[in-house]
Design a protein around this ligand. Structure first.
Ligand code: ADP
Length: 517
């Protein structure tokens, strides 16, 4: 353990000890090893580069896409007595040049820059005139096309870094890297796989909840009534929805703000300030809100609709409880909402292969809504790790009885098999319920022994059953917009009668609500 680092932590920051992972990252960086740090939001990433920056001679550059966060971070550093500054598009040219000049005179220990800035001549000039031993790249998942927030400027940054001699030590940091994304970051930045430091993804103070089959407005208003004094964010998928929910809250006398890309910058800043300084308690927003919001006392994050994938969800939900106190992360789930996100993918100008990947990630998000596994565990597994059941989420606390549904599962699986594992869930549902759809005749499905095997069961319930079997990995969807369902090895074991399937059944009252929804 580096004693100087511990001393700085105690004397400057006033913390007695490093958190899990921090020590390891700092040791590697001080030993001049390029490193990738993957830590959850609120895990304490900033200290991982700020302390080495203090230990190194010269200037440390921090690359960050979050303009609003730069100022906050710099203000916090200045308060601690650490000379730091930032340059980004909010500064006048004169101010920017002054700061660069000060930097080349060695007046700062840390300089925050946006990735685009990194390609300008000024930075090169700066690096000629002052020693830059270390570069920290925050939100490093933006480098990867497989990440949920790819930015071309990050990719060019990698190229620029290759051309700097001698190359500074690099530390890439992110809270949301799947194994694919983290491999990509390692490759693009040339970091050795052994230098990946990953701390647990679990957020001990977050209670994840999935709410299904309820009137969403009613749920939201009830929740806000009970938690009247608490601060929180309500995320919706579209600007229109944000406006509608915002109006609804106002008419109910709830002090709400709104934030989306269609508002003027000044209005957005104003709304953000009001929320940060607790002038309004609830912020209704699209995903445009929150990147880099360091508000520690956010007690709940409610998603009115599903976001595009689990990485985005975990990042947004993770804005709750940064102060470590108990907080809620609630998803109001309705499978139909996938259509909005699907539409966004369709409309985007992504390449086909990327679109396919995005559809796959969206489906995993929907599986989160259908699973009965511990929700925290589901997320952690998505990121390629595992953890114990959290005992806090709505699935862990679900005390409904487990019912054996092996027979129903076998009916679905054998139907999938008889259809040659070449169709999607809508068609499978139609065959099982004995639909009169023309396609049944066209494909000779009426001849199958599984045709009408679940006749009389509402279509919606059969669809939910198929979703459940998919979420629990008895069935696996192929890539693409219209996935085909295939039977997994676990599914085969169920078909052979080697494995039982159980499910917590919806209570009668809830079932009615689902059918009415
Ligand atoms: P991240 O960037 O990973 O989301 P931050 O760097 O903003 O997280 O840190 C989150 C909070 O944890 C901050 O308030 C920070 O001061 C605090 N923190 C960081 N390291 C420690 C530590 N070793 N002990 C106690 N608190 C810490």
């Amino acid at each position: 353990m580096n004693e100087e680092a511990v001393q700085l932590l105690q004397e400057i920051y006033g913390y007695p000890e490093f958190r899990v992972g921090q020590q390891d990252v700092i040791d590697k960086v001080i030993a001049r090893q390029d490193t990738l740090a993957i830590m959850p939001t609120g895990g304490g990433k900033s200290i991982c580069y700020q302390i080495p920056a203090l230990l190194f001679n010269g200037l440390t550059i921090v690359v960050s896409p979050l303009i609003s966060l730069m100022k906050d971070q710099v203000d916090a550093l200045l308060e601690l007595g650490i000379p730091a500054t930032y340059i980004n598009s909010t500064l006048s040219n004169g101010e920017m040049h002054q700061r660069l000049k000060n930097a080349s005179n060695g007046e700062y220990k840390l300089l925050y820059v946006a990735p685009e800035r990194f390609q300008t001549e000024e930075i090169f000039y700066l690096m000629q005139s002052v020693e830059v031993p270390f570069i920290a790249i925050d939100e490093a998942h933006c480098i990867s096309q497989w990440g949920h927030d790819f930015r071309p400027s990050y990719l060019s940054l990698c190229e620029t870094l290759q051309s700097i001699h001698p190359r500074p030590t690099i530390l890439a940091l992110t809270a949301t890297a799947t194994p694919v994304v983290s491999d990509d970051i390692l490759r693009l930045l040339g970091i050795a796989p052994d230098n990946r430091v990953k701390t647990g993804f679990s957020r001990e103070n977050l209670a994840f909840q999935v709410v299904k089959g309820q009137d969403r407005n009613r749920f939201l208003l009830e929740y806000l009534k009970v938690n009247r004094t608490q601060s929180g964010i309500v995320y919706a998928s579209t600007r229109k929805e944000v406006e509608r929910i915002y109006e609804l809250l106002l008419t109910k006398g709830i002090q709400a703000g709104k934030y989306h890309g269609g508002m003027k910058e000044s209005e957005r800043n104003d709304a953000q300030e009001k929320f940060l300084y607790d002038k309004v308690t609830v912020m209704v927003a699209t995903n445009a809100f929150g990147m880099g919001i360091d508000k520690s006392n956010v007690r709940f994050v409610i998603h009115y609709q599903i976001p595009k994938n689990i990485e985005a969800y975990y990042q947004e939900a993770g804005r709750a409880g940064r102060d470590g106190l108990d907080s809620d992360a609630i998803l109001l789930f309705s499978p139909q909402d996938m259509q909005i996100q699907q539409f966004f993918i369709d409309q985007s100008e992504m390449e086909e292969s990327l679109k396919k990947y995005e559809y796959k990630k969206l489906r995993e998000m929907a599986q989160y809504g259908s699973t009965q596994m511990c929700l925290q565990r589901f997320i952690v597994r998505y990121f390629g790790e595992d953890c114990e059941d959290c005992e806090r989420c709505s699935n862990c606390l679900d005390d409904r009885d487990e019912v054996d549904i092996t027979l129903e599962a076998q009916k679905v699986l054998s139907c999938v098999k008889r259809m040659g594992e070449t169709f999607g869930k809508a068609m499978i549902m139609k065959v099982l319920t004995g639909s009169k759809d023309q396609k049944m005749k066209q494909w000779d499905f009426e001849e199958l022994s599984t045709y009408g095997l679940m006749k009389g069961m509402p279509q919606k319930e059969v669809t939910q059953l198929i979703d459940y079997l998919t979420a629990e990995k008895y069935l696996a969807p192929t890539d693409g917009q219209f996935p085909i369902l295939k039977i997994t090895n676990t599914g085969v074991s169920v078909l052979k009668g080697e494995l039982k399937v159980s499910r917590k059944q919806a209570q009668v009252a809830e079932k009615v609500a689902v059918d009415d929804a």
